[in-house]
Structures are given as C-alpha cells and as structure tokens.
Ligand binder design. Sequence first.
Ligand SMILES: NC(=O)c1ccc[n+]([C@@H]2O[C@H](COP(=O)([O-])OP(=O)(O)OC[C@H]3O[C@@H](n4cnc5c(N)ncnc54)[C@H](O)[C@@H]3O)[C@@H](O)[C@H]2O)c1
Ligand SMILES: [Zn+2]
Ligand SMILES: [Zn+2]
Length: 367
Amino acid sequence: MTIHGRVLTAAGAPTVETPLELVEPDGDLVRVRLTASGVCHSDLHVANGEWSAPLPMVLGHEGAGVVEAVGPQVRTLRPGDHVALSWYAQCGHCRRCRSGRAWLCTGTRATSHELPDGRTSLRDAHGAPVHAFLGLGTFAEAAVVPEAAAVAVPDDVPARIAALIGCAVTTGVGAVLNTAQVRAGDSAVVVGCGGVGQSILLGLALAGAHPIIAVDLSDDRLAHARALGATHVLRGDDPDLVAHVAAITDDGADHAFEAIGRPETIEQLPSLVGRGGNAVLVGMPAEGVRASFDPFDLADAGKRVLGCNYGSSVPAVDFPRIAGLYRSGRLPLDALVGAVRPLAELDAAFGDLRDAVGLRTVLDLTK
Ligand SMILES: NC(=O)c1ccc[n+]([C@@H]2O[C@H](COP(=O)([O-])OP(=O)(O)OC[C@H]3O[C@@H](n4cnc5c(N)ncnc54)[C@H](O)[C@@H]3O)[C@@H](O)[C@H]2O)c1
Ligand SMILES: [Zn+2]
Ligand SMILES: [Zn+2]
C-alpha cells in the first residue's frame, strides 16, 4: 500500500513529503489510518541531530488513528477501533514484561525503529528501507505497528486528545501518579513547562498536590502553567530559585520534576527538594550529556533521584485509565492542545516547539 509521509533525510534538514510503501499487516501487525499526531521534543531531538537515528526516517510517536486492517494473530483489535499508539511496544516475554513493568521492557524493537521481526514498516519508491521513529512514524497518513503498540480508546475521545495520550499525557500524568506516587497535599515543582511539563501539572492537580510551582524561561509558558493549576510561577533564570522554592514549600518540595533534558536543570533538581524528597528525571538529554550531584546531600537528606520512562506506565492499563479520567472531566486534556496544523506544516510545528510558546501543536492528519 502506498501512503504519503514526511521523511527526515539529514539532521537539521527540512522534512520532505514522500510516497512510501507500507508493509502488509501480517502476523500480529495492525494497520492504523492516522488521524492526529502531537509534535514532541523527542521528535525534535532527532530532527536536530541530538539523538542518533538511522535515516531516512519518518518521525512522530505521539499519534492516534483508526484500525483499518489486522493480521490473523491479532486478538484485541478490529477494523474501526479507535486507538492511541504506544511508542514502547512491549515484547510481552522479558523479565520486566512478565512482572507487569512494560515501560522497562528489554525485548522491544521500538527503540531500533523496527517491527518486532526486524523489518522496517516503510520503504521508499526504490524499495530501500525507511525507518519509522520508535516503530510508529506518525508523521504520515498511516502506520503498521505491532498489536502491543495500539491501544483501543473510546470513540468519543477526540483524535487530538488520543494522540497526546500516546506520549505527553501518559508520561506526565504517569510521572506524578506512578513514578513519584504523589499524595494529596504534597508540594511539587515542575522545571520545564512544555507539553510534558504541562501534563505533569495536570497530573499534580489531579493528585491534589499543593503548592504546585512551575518554572520556565518562557513567560508565555508560565502563563499557561498557571491556567493548568500552578499556584506559583518562577523563572528558571532566577538566581534565587532554590531559596524561593524553599520558602514556598517550607524547606524544599516533596517532588521536583525536570521536563527539559538540560544538564544544568537536571543538576539543580535535587536542591529543589527537601529532606526525603523525590527528584524525578523526565526530560531526555542529548546523547552523551553527563550531570553531577552532591552525593553527601542525597545521602544525608535521604533524597531520591528517580528516572522516568513513559511515566512508568503500562499502555494497555494507563491509556484507558487516562481516557476515562478525561471523559469524566477529572483530567481536562483539551487545555493542552495548541495550534492544529496539517501534516504539510510539520517543519513549522517544529518551529513552534523551538519557540517555546503556546501549547502542544497537533497535526491533523485527515487534511
Ligand atoms: N521520559 C519520557 O518518557 C519522555 C517522554 C516524552 C518526552 N520526554 C522528554 O521531555 C522533554 C520535554 O519535552 P516537551 O515536548 O515538553 O518539550 P518542550 O520543548 O515543549 O518543553 C521544554 C520547555 O522547557 C523550557 N526550558 C528550556 N530551558 C529551560 C531552563 N533552563 N529552565 C527552565 N525552563 C526551560 C522551555 O521554555 C520549554 O517550555 C524532552 O527532553 C523530551 O525528549 C521524555
Ligand atoms: Zn514524546
Ligand atoms: Zn518485554
């Protein structure tokens, strides 16, 4: 089947609309007609060359769509089902999968940008392989993914919301509920208030955290953070940031989340939490970045540094849970959606991310 997608051929170069051959959905594969995709900074890390990846590649990993065809071994999905896509298709067999921790799967091929059997899902007009980012490649009209990467969501969840559940929301809300296990009345600080940080803010409001401090360099992002539940906002270049957080939280926050991936903000994170606090690393740095901490402070104050992959979530459990919270009005995910653009404007959507203003840009893939 021939589809159109936007292909990255070199880091830093514009993406190019390209006709692509999509593999048939045999075995446990599912073909999804894509309807919406968010544009996440993890796509930009690759487009900027900060993460190495096999090129050419169709980026995009925060997507939703409607199942169009299923392979004979598919058990949980049928044509017509609305799905949100998981960018970490678990193998189902490894030690972590068997213990219910799909976000730690060691058998996934998603991080090689391949199908479970090692093929790429896409080829160009000459038959040469084109990689689909994290095995999805949602900056295209359709995708073929393993059954484990497509999770049914109710039909009345709008496509743009289902798309954001595929990455930013599950990561941000999961960081709060699963990784940090925030309790009502805990204090929290969020450093970096883009799409992921905004989702952390909604998760904190849902959990009943108080106070909630948002930190960013963009005044526009801080204004959005207030609307999403932050009780206090501080600028990231405030030289007295640590003292201000300590004053607001009575000697340091119970939880601090870094949602940028910069060494300076990662290194500062433990100093924002008080004794016994959690410093949660959600932002993903460029390859090769190192950060250092004061180990005496960590040991003496009983602070914990927690890594957070995909909000410590199991998509088959957490996507429907989040969709249910959205439908009940408890999780106002509409508040996360910013500009809506057609696929042809992908490079402009990357520009929105680089500018660090507004809310998450979502591509409407039906246009
Ligand atoms: N852990 C995971 O599973 C996971 C999942 C998705 C995304 N991510 C990562 O999360 C990070 C954020 O993604 P996003 O899509 O929200 O990005 P984004 O670009 O939308 O947001 C980043 C925000 O950080 C702010 N910022 C930059 N430098 C700052 C500083 N020094 N101090 C304070 N604020 C600063 C920017 O103004 C912007 O608002 C990326 O590294 C991405 O790769 C991780
Ligand atoms: Zn993402
Ligand atoms: Zn596994």
